[in-house]
Ligand binder design. Structure first.
Ligand code: UDX
Length: 441
């Protein structure tokens, strides 16, 4: 199928590349000329394991093109994917839909053959129906357009696998024509056994925000338990393991720590609350505000643990923060709990050195006043305290005996419960962690 994709960000670039990999002819349009040039030359503007290799192989096949020209992307295409961002509005909780609307209007203005506009961006429920209403008013001589919604569930760090081998596909449609188009474009995945659900536009939009709300709730639930463990001398890691064995609960997304961040979960739960309010159903999701608050409190808790260790005096303390990305295997620092903690300690007067295997450039752009260190050992040298803030694999391999010789004081705050605390303690470290009242006994 000849496809256009609008937006060459995280979602669009990966979706487009995977679609071309599946055999479609894909042209991606983005207004960011340097990004278009970079992707066209086979290089990726962000870190995602396996993406650069797949991009290069797919470009070589000739089925994938990046362009700044909407006309070039749309001409002759039967399906148009909208993959642009829906960030949080400035000064409000609601989603900013201006990029979705701009992409939609651009497609409508440029189409020369009949086809389907498929939204993948996360939008407030009701958006797709509104857009569908706009195309239904087109003149009889214009090419016919349908609107469908096909939410995306890819996670940063496993985005290729999530796209080529998803848990499920969801097709929000309001006609048999667009249902047929959706099953055709994903025929390979469906034939390989991927389950798919066809539903109306509103339900499809809701699947995405409901899924992210559930995941955020699960994380904040275990982090709320961590708060109790801290005051009850109990251990959240053992609690989580014991809960996770229950099939009905499951162990995934039950890791207590510094909580969730990134470009999706925080803004999606806020936008969902805002939309529920507009629909007169604010009470139904008022708990999401509590989920957000629990999540924010974990960041404050790390600051208070460090503050207690230093008797409230951060001035002149050397602190190494391990991790800047919002999670491992990503260079994304949007709403990163790690950077939030690092910046707060810096503002309190500490001298903070941040290490991250991939995210330093992005972190520096966001917080230019922090110190960054490309070498893990240099970051920890002469530190009065180490905070493990993002659980990259390489941090699990740190030899506490070797690092004890580097630091000024062997004090560790493991904010992700990622390290072997017994081993670190036996190696002479004072260990603190979230939800582990047991350490304070
Ligand atoms: C999320 C959804 O998982 C994905 O389906 C959607 O398409 C986009 O939003 P992503 O933002 O890539 O994906 O990250 P995810 O893996 O969901 O992690 C979100 C945050 O939760 C991270 O900050 C992570 O560190 C944190 N987390 C995750 C925990 O704190 N504890 C856990 O047990 C799991």
């Amino acid at each position: 199928m000849r496809i256009s994709v609008f937006g060459a960000g995280y979602l669009g670039a990966i979706h487009a590349t995977c679609m071309a990999h599946l055999g479609h002819d894909v042209t991606v349009c983005d207004v960011d000329a340097p990004k278009v040039a970079l992707l066209s030359s086979g290089h990726t503007p962000f870190f995602e394991p396996g993406f650069e290799e797949l991009l290069q192989a797919t470009l070589a096949s000739g089925r994938l093109v990046f362009t700044g020209s909407a006309d070039e992307a749309v001409r002759g295409a039967e399906m148009h994917f909208i993959c642009v961002g829906t960030p949080q509005q400035q000064g409000a909780d609601a989603a900013d839909l201006r990029y979705v609307e701009a992409a939609f209007n651009t497609i409508v203005d440029n189409v020369d053959v009949s086809g389907t506009i498929v939204g993948k961006s996360t939008v407030p429920v009701g958006t797709a129906q509104r857009l569908a209403g706009l195309v239904s008013e087109r003149g009889e001589d214009d090419p016919h357009l349908e609107v469908a919604w096909n939410p995306e569930f890819l996670r940063e760090g496993t985005a290729i696998q999530d796209t080529l081998n998803p848990d499920r596909l969801v097709f929000g449609v309001d006609s048999q024509t667009s249902e047929k188009a959706m099953t055709e474009v994903y025929a390979k995945l469906i034939n390989d056994g991927t389950p798919y659900i066809t539903t109306d536009l509103a339900t499809a939009e809701m699947v995405k925000v409901a899924a992210n709300s559930f995941l955020a709730t699960k994380i904040s639930f275990i982090n709320a338990m961590a708060e109790i463990c801290e005051v009850a001398s109990a251990d959240v890691v053992t609690l989580s393991r014991a809960l996770g064995y229950d099939d009905r609960i499951g162990s995934k997304f039950l890791n207590a720590g510094l909580g969730f961040g990134g470009g999706c979960l925080p803004k999606d739960i806020r936008a969902f609350s805002a939309r529920a309010g507009e629909l007169g159903a604010a009470d139904a999701v008022s708990f999401l505000r509590e989920i957000d608050k629990i999540n924010q409190r974990r960041r404050e808790r790390v600051i208070s643990i460090v503050g207690n260790i230093f008797h409230g005096d951060f001035l002149g303390r050397h602190i190494a923060v391990l991790g800047a990305a919002f999670k491992p295997n990503s260079d994304d620092v949007r709403d990163s709990p790690a950077l939030n903690v690092a910046a707060t300690m810096h503002l309190k007067g500490a001298s903070v050195c941040v290490h991250d295997p991939q995210a330093i450039d992005n972190a520096r752009r966001m917080f230019p006043t922090l110190t960054y260190c490309g070498s893990l050992k240099d970051a920890c040298r002469d530190a009065d305290l180490i905070v493990l803030a993002t659980e990259w694999g390489e941090y699990r391999n740190i030899d506490p005996n070797e690092f004890r010789a580097l630091v000024r004081q062997p004090i560790l705050v493991d904010a992700r419960n990622a390290l072997d605390h017994n081993y670190w303690s036996e190696s002479g470290w004072q260990v603190h962690a979230l939800g582990r009242g047991v350490l304070n006994r």
